[in-house]
Unconditional design. Structure first.
Length: 304
């Protein structure tokens, strides 16, 4: 069993500037700097033959565990075995109106193989559940993980949050906004936020964003995670990719600026050459992995 933060896959020497394997990089580039369901499925298929769901010999998966009363408030837990393991809560994307944790079994297994307890939830969706339902659900998952850490071999004092796309938006809301924080916020040691939307403006008229943030533009500033960055001191690792759509890439860059002002120094910012909006997630532990080593190094460093 590998120790938390160590690398069990063959790409330990890759850096964020390393592109995916040449044939995969060419196919990602052909998809362009865009994102929709078809690109999601096509990208996942590129890595299907390398994605692993095996666990350490003493590991296990406990799935479909409720953390609330809604049918979407369910999560899966991937454990490496042992005790006092750091816990990673991964919050998937889905554009505020979709998303399915079951598509990230390989990601949960990846963190378990590297010595972490991984918690992967679903959360309530717009339009039935608008702002701040997503952030509330992330906060509820964090508190659930703290309360039940020992049941799954986790350390209740070492919680990390990893959010991607809309999941990063919800995670940032739960971690930054004092009104939305989990009661166990002190246990959160760090957050990895990948290509999320952190400021809603009146110019953002995409139907899915309006369904979550609402039609009243006078409320957008208060509802934007970026507004509340200064109220938090949680260490951040920010990630974006070469082929993120512009409006998603700029969200991460805006957050980097705000965190720099907050801290007086720039947070770690990982730019992944040759990757698109979701490919870093599916590439974890494969020969095209650009994000895994940096994420594990960050988690290990802030866990100490």
């Amino acid at each position: 069993m590998t120790e938390p933060g160590s690398l069990e896959h063959p790409q330990a020497s890759r850096t964020g500037w390393s592109a995916p394997r040449a044939d995969i990089a060419a196919r990602i580039a052909a998809l362009g700097a865009a994102f929709d369901r078809d690109i999601l499925l096509a990208t996942r298929e590129l890595f299907a033959d390398q994605m692993r769901t095996d666990l350490p010999a003493s590991g296990r998966v406990v799935d479909n565990v409720p953390y609330g009363e809604d049918e979407r408030q369910r999560l899966d837990v991937f454990t490496p075995g042992g005790e006092k393991r750091p816990i990673v809560v991964f919050v998937p994307g889905g554009g505020f109106v979709g998303g399915d944790r079951r598509g990230y079994k390989a990601l949960g297994a990846y963190f378990a193989r590297n010595g972490f307890v991984a918690v992967v939830p679903d959360y309530r969706l717009a339009p039935a559940h608008s702002w701040p339902a997503g952030a509330h659900d992330v906060a509820a998952v964090i508190d659930w993980a703290i309360a039940r850490a020992e049941t799954y071999g986790g350390d209740p004092g070492r919680i990390f949050v990893f959010g991607q796309s809309a999941g990063a938006t919800h995670a940032a809301g739960a971690l930054f906004d004092p009104d939305l924080r989990p009661s166990g916020i002190a246990a959160v040691r760090g957050a990895v936020l990948m290509n999320g939307i952190h400021r809603m403006t009146a110019a953002d008229r995409a139907p899915n964003m309006l369904q979550y943030f609402g039609e009243d533009a006078s409320l957008y500033e208060q509802r934007s995670p970026l507004t509340h960055v200064g109220a938090s001191r949680i260490p951040l690792l920010l990630i974006l990719t070469e082929f993120d759509p512009t409006f998603l890439a700029t969200g991460t860059l805006e957050l980097a600026t705000a965190a720099t002002i907050r801290d007086g120094s720039c947070p770690p910012l990982l730019w992944l050459r040759g990757h698109n909006h979701v490919s870093p997630l599916f590439a974890l532990g494969t020969d095209s992995d650009g994000a895994g080593p940096a994420i594990l190094e960050f988690l290990r460093r802030v866990a100490e």
